[in-house]
Design a protein around this ligand. Sequence first.
Ligand code: ZN
Length: 408
Amino acid sequence: MAINLWKNFKQIVTLQGVVAKDGRKLNASDLSIIPDGAVIFSDEKILWVGSSANVPSAFEITSTQTFSEHVLLPEIIDSHTHLVFGGDRSHEYAQRLNGVDYQEIAKQGGGINHTVSETNQLSNEDLFDLADRRVQKMSEYGIGTLEIKTGYSLNIEGEIRLCKIIQQLKNKYSPRLRIFCTLMAAHAIPHQYSDSSSYIDKVALPVLELMAHASLIDFVDIFHERGYFNDHDLKKIAAMSSALGIPLKMHADEFNDNCGAFLAAQLHAISADHLLKISSAGMQSLAQSKTVATLLPGTGLFLGKGLANARALLDAGAKVALASDFNPGSCHYDNLVMLASMAAPSYKMNLAELWAGITYNAAAALGLSTSGAITVGFLPRFSMFKINSFEHITYEWGKNYFVQDVRY
Ligand SMILES: [Zn+2]
C-alpha cells in the first residue's frame, strides 16, 4: 500500500475544530491551523497530520514530497450548481439592469423556460461539451467535488437525457473530481401544464422513480416557491424520494417566506438552499435539525435581491454551507471561492465559518461524512494553494493561487 508524506507546508488548515463542533457555532480558532505542517495518507484515508518537526517514524512511507511554498486546505466543495444548460440569458440580464421587470421578461419568453428551449435544441454532444468545459473551469479554482442539477428539460425524456449527461461527466472525471447528480424536474412548470400538480404527477414523479431505479441520481430537488411548486407538490416528491431512498434537497424561502425551512427540517431534507426570506422560526427549525442551510450569495447579488441573514442563522446554530448556484439566469458565475470571499464581510462570517461553508458543511449538504477537513480517518482530498498564508486566498479577490494536478 502506498503511504504518502507531504511536508513543510507553510500552513495546513485542518478544520479539526470545525469537525469537533460539527460545523456549528464556530470561532476563527476552529480552523486549527498547523504551521510548517505535514500530512501522511494512503489512497483511502488520512493517517496522520501534524507539525513537520514531529513526523512519526511508525509509518512505512513510500513517497515523500516537500511543499515549502504552499498552503494545504481540505478540498473545496460546490454543493449547488445547475451547469448543464444551453444558451445564455445575457439579454435578460441587460434588460433587468435597464429596468424591465421580471414578469415582463417572462412574458417576452425569458426565464427558465427560455433556457429549457435552448437546452432541448442541443445535441447530446454539444450539451455534454458545454457542461464539460464548465466542470473543467470550476476544477481550476480548486473545487474537487460538485453537485449538478437537472431541470432545464422539463419532460421525461429530456430530464433522463440530462441525468445521463451528468453520469458521463462523473465517468470522465472520477476519481479526480466527485460529481453528484440531483434530479430537479420540479424546477418550473412548462406552459402546456395547467397547474403544478398535474406536472408533478405526469413528469416529476415518474422520472424520479425511473432515475432512482436506474441509479442515475443521488438527490432530488424542488423549487418550493409561490407560482412554482407548493406544499402539496413538495410532500408528494418527499414521500416518493423517501420511499426510494433518495435524499431530498429544497430551494426554500428564496423570494418569499413559504415556511420552506420549517418543512425542510420536518421532511429531513439534507439541505435547504437560498433562504433569503427565512423567518426566525425557520432558522430555529434548521438549527435544531441536521438539514444544512445552504446560502447562495451569487444569486442575491446577480438578481439585486441582497443577501440572506447568515449571521442570524449561524448564531441560531444552523449548519451553514455556501454554494455558487451557477446557472444561466440567476447567477452566471462559477467561482465559489471568489463568491464566498465577496460575501463574507456582508454575511459577517468569520474565516472558520467561511471555510467550513465551502468544505465541511458543504460536504454534509451532499451526505459526505468524511470530507471537508484534514484529520485522521477522513478522505485524502485536498485543495493546495501556492501562497504564503491562507488569508490571501479570500483577500485577493479574483486571483487564483490553486495548484492543479498535484499527484501522489
Ligand atoms: Zn438553484
